[in-house]
Design a protein around this ligand. Structure first.
Ligand code: ARG
Length: 232
C-alpha cells in the first residue's frame, strides 16, 4: 500500500462559477474554462507546484463547498467582504472592481441608484450586486443562478436594470454581443477587491497563495495575464 501523497503533490481543487466573463467563462471554441481568474488560477498552481483541477459550481455554492472541504480554493471574482470573512479566509487582493448599473439603451428614466426605487432589478444570487439591490426601497429583485442571465432578462424586458461588477458588464457590452442591448449608467459604486478564498482557518494555504501571488507579480506573469484580458 502506498502512503498518501504529500500535500504539495495533491491536486489543488479550485472552485469557480464560470458565467462571469472576462474572469471565468466557458471558452467559445473549446471545453476549457477561460478568463483572467482561470489564467491566474493555473499560474498560481504552477507556482505552488500543484496540479490544478477547476470545479464548476454555483456562485452561492462556493463558500459552502470550501466549508465542506469539497474544494481547496475559490477563485471567482469574489469580493472580499466582512460578512464573508466570517466564513472563509481571503488572500491578499488581486483585482479592484466595483458595481455598476446597466439599463436598456433607450431608457432615460434611470440615471443612477436613486432611480431604482420601485423598479425591477436583475442580479446573480449570492453576490454583492444582489445585496446592493436588496437594499433599494420598493425594488423587485429577481435573482438568477448565473451572472449572465440578468443580461438576457434585461434585453427581454423582464427587468428594468441589472446590477453587476463593472468590468463584467463592460465586457458583455463590448465583447459578448451586448452591444445595443444595454448601457451603463451612474458611477461605479464603492471599490470592491477580489480575493482568493480558502476554508476558514486554513492560513497555511492562504500563505502559500499570497507567496505565489507575490512571485507572479514580481516575475511579470501577473502583468502579462492582466494585459491579455484588460489591455495595457
Ligand atoms: N464580485 C461579486 C461578488 O463577490 C460578484 C462575483 C460573481 N462571480 C462569479 N463568478 N459569478 O459577489
Amino acid at each position: 500500500e502506498t502512503a498518501s501523497a504529500p500535500a504539495q503533490q495533491q491536486v489543488l481543487r479550485i472552485g469557480t462559477n464560470p458565467t462571469f466573463a472576462p474572469f471565468e467563462f466557458q471558452s467559445p471554441n473549446s471545453s476549457e474554462l477561460t478568463g483572467f481568474d482561470m489564467d491566474l488560477a493555473r499560474a498560481l498552481g504552477k507556482e505552488m507546484g500543484r496540479k490544478v483541477e477547476l470545479v464548476n459550481l454555483g456562485f452561492d455554492g462556493l463558500i459552502p463547498a470550501l466549508g465542506a472541504g469539497n474544494i481547496d480554493l475559490a477563485i471567482s471574482g469574489m469580493t472580499i467582504t466582512e460578512a464573508r470573512k466570517n466564513a472563509v479566509d481571503f488572500s491578499d487582493p488581486y483585482y479592484t472592481a466595483g458595481l455598476i448599473i446597466m439599463v436598456r439603451p433607450d431608457d432615460n428614466r434611470i440615471k443612477g441608484i436613486n432611480d431604482l426605487q420601485g423598479k425591477k432589478i436583475g442580479v446573480q444570487i449570492g453576490t454583492t450586486g444582489a445585496n446592493k439591490a436588496l437594499t433599494i426601497k420598493g425594488a423587485e429583485v429577481k435573482q438568477f443562478n448565473n451572472a449572465d442571465e440578468p443580461n438576457l432578462e434585461l434585453a427581454n424586458k423582464g427587468v428594468d436594470a441589472v446590477i453587476n461588477d463593472q468590468p463584467v458588464i463592460a465586457y458583455y457590452l463590448v465583447s459578448q454581443g451586448g452591444e445595443g442591448k444595454g448601457k451603463m449608467v451612474g458611477e461605479i459604486m464603492e471599490a470592491e477587491l477580489y480575493g482568493v478564498a480558502a476554508k476558514k482557518g486554513n492560513q497555511a494555504l492562504i500563505k502559500q497563495v499570497n507567496e505565489a501571488l507575490a512571485a507572479l507579480k514580481k516575475s511579470g506573469e501577473y502583468d502579462k495575464i492582466y494585459k491579455k484580458w484588460f489591455g495595457a
